[in-house]
Design a protein around this ligand. Structure first.
Ligand code: FES
Length: 137
């Protein structure tokens, strides 16, 4: 899996989103409740851009006339026909067994860690004996 550094956290405001072209795909990153979620920017129903979807809450009803809101902002309601998806994993609420948006793992790392990177060259001890340079492997 290839890592792509796409933005600073401040580039995507709370409650907003931004689309990035990554390896020929448009991926939309949402910033909700302090977390970031990445999904393919294409509704699996008819291809609507999910960057236009509404970020809504989950509504449940324990009894008639009573409803409860949870996971505020974490569900996507497609702008074209209203299908709803779970932002955490792309799962459809309309047809969860068959319909899903492709989702991608997202992490937030400090600039200091990224600058350091995982790139470490193999090193070997070196010492000088008279006029010869000796490398030990
Ligand atoms: S294109 Fe998204 S619900 Fe139809």
């Amino acid at each position: 899996m290839t890592r792509h550094i796409v933005a600073r956290t401040s580039d995507i405001p709370p409650g907003g989103n931004k689309v990035f072209g990554v390896d020929g795909r448009d991926i939309v990153v949402f910033h909700v409740n302090g977390e970031f979620f990445a999904l393919l920017n294409r509704c699996p129903h008819a291809g609507a851009p999910l960057e236009k979807a509404a970020c809504v809450a989950r509504l449940t009803s324990p009894e008639p006339g009573v409803y409860e809101r949870s996971r505020v902002g974490e569900l996507l309601r497609c702008a074209w026909h209203g299908w709803e998806f779970d932002m955490r994993n792309g799962q459809s609420w309309f047809d969860p067994k068959r319909v899903k948006i492709r989702s991608y793992p997202v992490s937030v790392e400090s600039g200091e860690v990224l600058q350091k990177g995982p790139y470490v060259a193999e090193t070997f001890p070196v010492h000088v004996e008279d006029s010869y340079v000796i490398i030990e492997t």
